[in-house]
Write a protein that binds this ligand. Structure first.
Ligand code: NAD
Ligand code: ZN
Length: 352
């Protein structure tokens, strides 16, 4: 679990006060990884408490985090400072949060980040790491994974050392999120809830969080709320949705969307939406609600993304998807291999 969290509108201004006790000395900087969408946002940047040799590194979130990108960042940070940083602070969406978690871990674990994609492969605690989400939905701020695309797979670094030491939840930071992106990332949370609550791994701990998050998503996407209420509630939905899947698992939408992302570079939020739209045979109630939310917010999704793919390309997506065994087991059960065949996946992908 994340050990410390503050929530509140404007709480980002407490960042300096929060991290100062963690500064080891003047030569051990804090590294701020910031989504480059904020590069010219002087109001936001002025609130980053820079001292001594602290550095801001702006990062584009156009593409999802890659193992090579993590390795490069680690190398740059090590070369730029004589000693390990005091800590690393990620400010942005799931892309920046996952990068921050992964860099924190790879600063204290040898080799390349691709060697740690999987479950519980990390040996050493990472450096102090803080997450500050600026868009709500992925649950990355609370999860025990940092999802990376490597040379052969898209898979997280899942470990007890991955969660942030501190999270700052300031809904005001989500001002400015474009409407479509708000929907796609918000739907990631909604889909986490549906997949967790209907999965075989469900348990009372996860269910409590999943139900809370699902109700918040229904309020945000189906009711009429003020902007402030909607921002606050979606930020809490993201947290609870993340908690729910941390103690259960996601399912069919995520298993298929990882294939789209690996082959076509389609980002997580929109990829999940493209897939979920076609999953009424697996999640009838969830897909019905999803379509209502989509209609209410006038969202149109890309069609025909798999229309011109070759057999080889379909097979790559199918391989990625089938490799995510815990997701299928959660969604379908222990006998999933008898029900989820390559031809069934090909048929599903062909509809997208
Ligand atoms: P993102 O971080 O990629 O950001 C999406 C877009 O929103 C970007 O263009 C970004 O610049 C913009 N943006 C963010 N905050 C903004 C703001 N306040 N104002 C204006 N624009 C803003 O999107 P995401 O959906 O949050 O994250 C997707 C990533 O999260 C994927 O890499 C996915 O694999 C990962 N993920 C991780 C977990 C986990 O548990 N670790 C769970 C789900 C998804
Ligand atoms: Zn997700």
């Amino acid at each position: 679990m994340v050990s410390k969290v503050v929530f509140g509108r404007g709480s980002f201004t407490q960042l300096g006060e929060i991290i100062t006790p963690k500064r080891q000395n003047e030569s051990a900087p804090f590294i701020f990884l910031v989504d480059d969408v904020f590069e010219h946002n002087t109001f936001m940047i002025a609130k980053i408490p820079l001292l001594y040799k602290d550095q801001i590194i702006f990062i584009s979130s156009k593409e999802e985090p890659k193992t090579t990108q993590v390795d490069q960042l680690v190398e740059d940070i090590i070369l730029s400072s004589s000693i390990l940083p005091s800590g690393i602070i990620g400010i942005g969406g799931g892309t920046l949060l996952d990068l921050t978690k992964a860099v924190s871990l790879m600063l204290t674990n040898n080799g390349s980040s691709q060697e740690y994609q999987g479950w519980d492969l990390i040996k050493n605690k990472g450096i102090y790491h803080v997450g500050v989400p600026t868009i709500s939905g992925t649950g990355s701020e609370v999860s025990r994974t940092a999802i990376l695309t490597g040379p052969t797979m898209k898979l997280g670094i899942n470990s007890d050392f991955t969660p942030f030491d501190q999270v700052i939840l300031d809904p005001e930071l989500t001002y400015g999120v474009p409407k479509n992106q708000w929907f796609y990332t918000g739907m990631d949370c909604f889909i986490h809830c549906i997949e967790s609550l209907t999965g075989k791994y469900i348990n009372s701990f996860s269910k409590t969080y999943g139900e809370t998050a699902l109700n918040l998503c229904k309020e945000v996407f189906l009711d009429t709320l003020s902007l402030e209420e909607s921002q606050d509630k979606l930020m809490m939905a993201s947290w609870h949705g993340g908690m729910s899947i941390a103690y259960s698992q996601v399912g069919v939408a995520h298993a298929l969307s990882y294939g789209l992302s690996f082959l076509l570079g389609i980002k997580h939020g929109i990829g999940n939406c493209i897939v979920f739209d076609h999953l009424s045979e697996f999640y009838p109630e969830g897909v019905k609600l999803f379509k209502m939310m989509k209609a209410k917010h006038n969202i149109s999704l890309p069609q025909g993304v798999c229309a011109n793919l070759t057999d080889k390309q379909f097979n790559i997506m199918i391989d990625v998807s089938l490799s995510l065994e815990p997701l299928w087991e959660n969604a379908i059960g222990n006998d999933w291999k008898t029900k989820i065949t390559r031809s069934r996946l090909r048929e599903l992908y062909s509809k997208m």
